[in-house]
Design a protein around this ligand. Sequence first.
Ligand SMILES: Nc1ncnc2c1ncn2[C@@H]1O[C@H](COP(=O)(O)OP(=O)(O)O)[C@@H](O)[C@H]1O
Ligand SMILES: [Mg+2]
Length: 274
Amino acid sequence: MNTILNERKDNTVYEAQSQSTESHNSIFETNDLNLWYGNTQALKNINLQIPEKKITAIIGPSGCGKSTFIKTLNRMVEMVPIVKTSGDIKYNGTNILNRDFQVEDLRTKVGMVFQKPNPFPKSVYDNIAYGPRIHGIKNKKVLDEIVEKSLRDAFIWDEVKDRLKENAYGLSGGQQQRVCIARCLAIEPEVILMDEPTSALDPISTSKVEELVQELKKKYSIIIVTHNMQQAARISDKTAFFLNGEVVEYNDTETLFSNPSDQRTEDYITGRFG
Ligand SMILES: Nc1ncnc2c1ncn2[C@@H]1O[C@H](COP(=O)(O)OP(=O)(O)O)[C@@H](O)[C@H]1O
Ligand SMILES: [Mg+2]
């Protein structure tokens, strides 16, 4: 399976000993998390500790619960009225599934980027300024600074700096996705959830977004759903393999791909199903 790992760009040298001794703070920790859509159980006893300022990949075949899982992390999944959950999800130690938990605050701390770029039908500038304005920032100079910084941090400033007043719909798909990432950065989140953010993009745009994601982990904790295993192997630190709503295996990415401990993981990563 080293063919997958060898595609990594960062020439990381893995030391076997560092895997067991390394410990990181968890940004999210789920305990016996279950989720049902009506009578259909979509998540089963999920116990995951997601490290801070790392990239965690969620892989697995279609319908295994990847999107459902990441949407529970900012409680967006509740927009489907038939959803029921049990267990808990600790975000920085606080159980976000508690009835009295303030979800608005969570949503500003945990941003999300979707499969299809979904800019607002507004100018590039107004897309980025949208969140800060909602949070009460009106000063033009401050907004200008946030817009520029967010676009720079999303590796898209040079391409759009002369097009800030143009409608974001006029940009290419790959540019739109980086504008969506910039929009997410503008509200200064702690965590960025990404649901197959490159699956609608061409290979060049995909590699730009992958580079960007690796840069972003210096400041943010990133959880990325992908059904592209090469992508998971290239960019992530940790990988969780989901199957039928369960986590089959969760480990350092390098270990999961080179030495999977479950036969189903091995079958999936070697392309026997999925
Ligand atoms: N809004 C919904 N209502 C009912 N069932 C849903 C809904 N969304 C997802 N599901 C079901 O939950 C399971 C997991 O779906 P999903 O999380 O979208 O998987 P993945 O992202 O891995 O493809 C599937 O069986 C799917 O049919
Ligand atoms: Mg999905």
